[in-house]
Design a protein around this ligand. Sequence first.
Ligand code: ADP
Ligand code: ZN
Ligand code: ZN
Length: 721
Amino acid sequence: MTLPIVAVAVPRNVDQTFDYVVPANLAGQVKVGQRVLVDFGKEKLEGFITVLKEKSDYKGSLRPIRSLLDSESILNEHDLELARWIADYYLTPIGMVLRIIAPHRELSIREGRSIQFVHLAQGLKQTLEAIEKISKRAPQQAALLKTLLTVESVTDKELLERVGCGPRVLQQLVEQKIVTLEQKPVQRNISDFYEAPRTVQLNAEQNTAICAIERGMGKEAQRFLLHGINGSGKTEVYLHIAQHALEQGKQAIVLVPEISLTPQLLARFRHRFGERIAVYHSGLTESEKSRQWDRIKRGEAQIAIGVRSAIFAPFDKLGLIIVDEEHESTYKQEEPAPRYHLREVALRRAQLENATVILGSGTPSLETYYYAQTGAYQLLEMKTRVAGTASPAVQIIELGDEKVWISLLLREKITDRLRKSEQVILLLNRLGYAFAICKECKQVVRCPTCGIALTLHIRFQHLSCRYCGYDLKLPKCRNCGSANLSFWGAGTERIELELRKMFGTATIRRMDSESVQRGQHGVILEEFRQGKIQILLGTQMIGLGLDFPNVTLVGVISADTILDLPDFRAGERTFQLISQAGGRAGRGEKGGEVIIQTRHPEHYAIQLAAHQDYRKFYEQEIEFRREFNYPPFSQLIELIVQDSKEETAHQHTLTLQEGLSKLGNIELIGAAKALPYRWHGAYRWKFLLKSKDATVKENLRLLIRDLKFADRVTLNVDPQL
Ligand code: ADP
Ligand code: ZN
Ligand code: ZN
């Protein structure tokens, strides 16, 4: 029997699906999990069929589907179930969830035709010259080249779409030999990182962990927390277990916080598994994702490694999911919705498909460790560094004068290492931005629209807003007009400048999201590994999983968490930062040293991290969480309501406040102006909900669904504050 009606989930912030009629020419072809093109208001949208049905409850007349985008369903039962769970847990319309699960797949790929990639035929310099030469005569060709410069890999179709020009433009560039076309789909090697393969003899702790996990695998879904200090050899454990899964005919997913920052892990997996790996990283274009999808579907790849979308790899015999550095806050997707935490989705997917999960970390998140204590996860510990490397000596230095960011001691140590041709890593808390304070009226120079402190860009001698880009060219106080400002906080840029003054002849490289383009991290790390860089300065992220024997000094410029907002994870993040630093030093035979600079040398997070006492830190921190009712003892939900008119936004906020205050069993914080208050042309207010009661979410969902302005409310479950 062919059913004439389909329910379609569209990627819009509306908490329902919409019914459409199947036109006669498509009768019998529609299936759940296919993508369709539909009219939605005045828009044309791509949605997913979620239900086939005989009749609709909708009173008006239904519109027909415009076209069917897939000949087969691209989602299976598990995909749909996982999508429903994400939608429910993160209070997100299912249409917005589905669009992230299946990649946008070009029909041509599925039909098996080859796809064509466009590359620059010449180096950067020649290309720039070519752009200049043709920009008057052939502006479209120039535009295409400029776009090509900004992407890592792109198909002809995608490129033409982005530039908005016809194939003739591309053809002309090919004829002039400025670009080339490549027919065969090849897997791009995203990391140039090379490391000689090593074989190791597993030690006792590694063996114990491996045995415990292998024993559990294949039975019902098992969850492990592998708490192994930095350098204890967790990656070897992962490799072993992945091998085991493959031998059992199963497939594996390995999640890392950012693949270009963890080149060593990727390199080790490549050595072991070669082309059986599908790599997902955040810079992948849609067609590259599709290619990985195809390789997995065809059975070429059995291990998916990467961030984000790797968790949705279309394996049908998934046996293992590894979440490395499970505590990393970058695992939380913030924008756009669904605002999911990769770890939670991993746990859920594993449960649905009966797979084993390993959460690995040297400094587990408080939540995860708590669940390991209560027995929800099985705790495996690796407490010693692998043979041959001693833990580094840690020294805490109190910073006094707020003008000095590099203490005398740190300076001496750096000088010493430079003389010995050893290498130095300097870490900065990523929240440490430099901002300006007026010496006359003592006001912080803030953005007039967003209300946050403006950040200093020394090189250009101006202040600008991180949120909206507001730019103050000749910095002066916006309150009293004085140009007599003092600059506070240590941005990476500022520290870089200070370092250059101190160590003029050394090769210094800054690595943070501002100075380094996406995908370039691997190149810098490779230069560092080869010894071409002596001092590497960066935010916490550069420390992840790096293992360089010539690094004998790691300095934490400032361990103090400077926050605009009170953050209940401040202590945890400080502990993690310092532990990471310790893990990076002295990986080789030369040993290593860690210097922590802080204005709060007595703080327990700093003290306990310096002594590598995670357990004690956990015990103290979990009491704080319990006392103030923070996760894991409650769930936090952030709500933002916005409107392009300030008055309307405020009205909605009051309406929402009234509704929320009637929900039982919650602690309501706010409303307060959101940060930034003005964002993409809208005025925004924020609420924070704290609750112990799981049913609150459903009531909240109903409350919001019935609001007239429901589409202007965004929800963030388990936010990173
Ligand atoms: P972690 O991820 O726990 O910080 P790694 O897995 O990166 O630690 O291991 C640290 C270093 O020790 C790596 O260079 C790795 O090759 C090496 N290693 C791991 N296990 C052993 C072992 N059993 N014997 C010798 N070296 C080992
Ligand atoms: Zn601003
Ligand atoms: Zn002033």
